[in-house]
Design a protein around this ligand. Structure first.
Ligand code: GLC
Length: 422
């Protein structure tokens, strides 16, 4: 496939999955609007319809909760093909949503849309209207998910990380019971190969947490301390830090000085605290179990994602070296788990496969840090995967086999971004 054919195909997927003001990740498997999918999708849409790209993010923020949280799913219209649906979450929102959040990449996405916009007047107005909403979300994180003021925020459900079944969560998950949950039928395994999805033991625990939070009335003042699962994910925090830093730049450029100062301070505090997640032994960052206070021995792509934030140059160089070392073990970087670790599982979702959104954020950060070679390797591998296997949800890093859902929205969006860079 030529570059033009690739781009054309990517645009066709984004149009096909467009449901009006929002885009579904893929038909069947994910029939609603997902939070970080939408923000990254807008970056693809900007290449052919800038106005539509702004709408994607505006629709998401129209469903922000009064406390500032932006939910991980917005259930715009009923669809029986997905579990757990709105009746299970029962969050009581006017348009039903889930009750947890997802990686806050909106600040980054909005700044990028604004910076590269062709229609300046529209970009100023539409970005300006979003700044306060994003700032409120970031403020919510620090209030609800960092009650002791450590500078880093915790996730209280693996789905919040966006890396649902990562090895990172195995140890903290041992504390989550599975008994007493209502009987249920999974729908994901009807759309995709069960061998490439989370296990039943994991699913039971995802639902146990959901039911626990629901029993507490989705009151974010109580959920953090009440959750047996509280983990500080380096990838999640790096995305929040990058978004806060980008929001600060955007706000400053738009003359919103108070928002700029607040966001700048959040980013600086987060960056300083992130150092506490560095593992010299692993040559990368690790997640911290906030219940035990211990770092979790699991070298996942979540620990490489800090490249996306303005980490010290020596750390960025070390992460670039990790990517290059992994690239000698597998054909396609960046695997979601270290292929040298016996827990690496090439085809099971976030326990080994490559995901283009993670590749994009790591490559963006490494390029910014001057690690051009590692960034170029990630870009080249990402486009090679598409040429070999089409626009899948994720890929086997050893042979490039396409896995999970097909005609996948954020994969298509990332291809347009990678092509623009290449
Ligand atoms: C899966 C992924 C998550 C993504 C969602 C929709 O749950 O793990 O990151 O947002 O699918 O694509």
């Amino acid at each position: 496939m030529s570059q033009t054919d690739l781009a054309g195909h990517a645009v066709a997927i984004l149009r096909e999955n467009d449901r009006g003001g929002y885009t579904v990740p893929t038909r069947g498997l994910y029939p609603f609007q997902w939070n970080w999918d939408s923000c990254l999708t807008a970056l693809g849409q900007r290449h052919f319809d800038e106005s539509r790209a702004w709408t994607e993010i505006e629709t998401l923020f129209a469903h922000q909760w009064p406390d500032g949280m932006v939910p991980h799913i917005v259930f715009h219209r009923p669809d029986a093909g997905y579990f757990p649906g709105p009746e299970v979450w029962a969050t009581g929102r006017p348009v039903p949503t889930s009750g947890i959040t997802q990686p806050p990449v909106a600040g980054f996405a909005i700044r990028r849309l604004w910076e590269r916009a062709a229609d300046r007047a529209a970009a100023d107005a539409r970005a300006g209207a979003l700044v306060e909403r994003v700032a409120a979300w970031h403020r919510w994180f620090h209030a609800a998910r960092d009650p002791d003021g450590e500078g880093l925020v915790a996730i209280i459900h693996p789905w919040e990380s966006g890396r649902d079944n990562s090895v990172d969560w195995d140890i903290p998950f041992e504390r989550v019971p599975a008994d007493g949950i209502a009987p249920y039928t999974r729908r994901d395994t009807q759309h995709a190969d069960p061998a490439h999805r989370p296990t039943k033991a994991q699913y039971d625990r995802y639902l146990w947490l959901l039911e626990r939070f629901r029993a507490l009335g989705w009151d974010n003042a109580r959920l953090h301390d009440a959750s047996p699962f509280r983990v500080v994910d380096p990838g999640f925090n790096a995305i929040l830090i990058r978004s806060a830093a980008d929001l600060a730049e955007l706000a400053a450029a738009l003359g919103m000085d108070a928002a700029a100062a607040e966001s700048r301070a959040l980013a600086a505090r987060g960056l300083a605290a992130l150092e506490g997640l560095w593992s010299a032994a692993h040559g990368q960052y690790l997640a911290r179990d906030r219940v035990t206070g211990r770092l979790i021995d699991s070298a996942s792509s979540g620990g490489l994602l800090p490249a996306f934030a303005a980490i010290p140059p020596a750390r960025a160089a070390a992460l670039a070296a990790r990517v290059e070392a992994q690239g000698r073990r597998v054909r396609f970087v960046v695997p979601s788990h270290d292929p040298a670790d016996p827990r690496f599982d090439a085809r099971r979702y976030w326990r080994g496969p490559v995901w283009l959104v993670v590749n994009y954020m790591i490559a963006d950060g490494l390029a910014r840090a001057g690690q051009a070679e590692a960034a170029a390797r990630i870009t080249a591998d990402s486009l090679d995967l598409i040429r070999a296997s089409g626009f899948a949800e994720y890929y086997d890093p050893t042979d490039g086999a396409p896995l999970g859902g097909g005609s996948f929205t954020w994969t298509a969006a990332m291809v347009l971004e990678f092509l623009a860079r290449a």
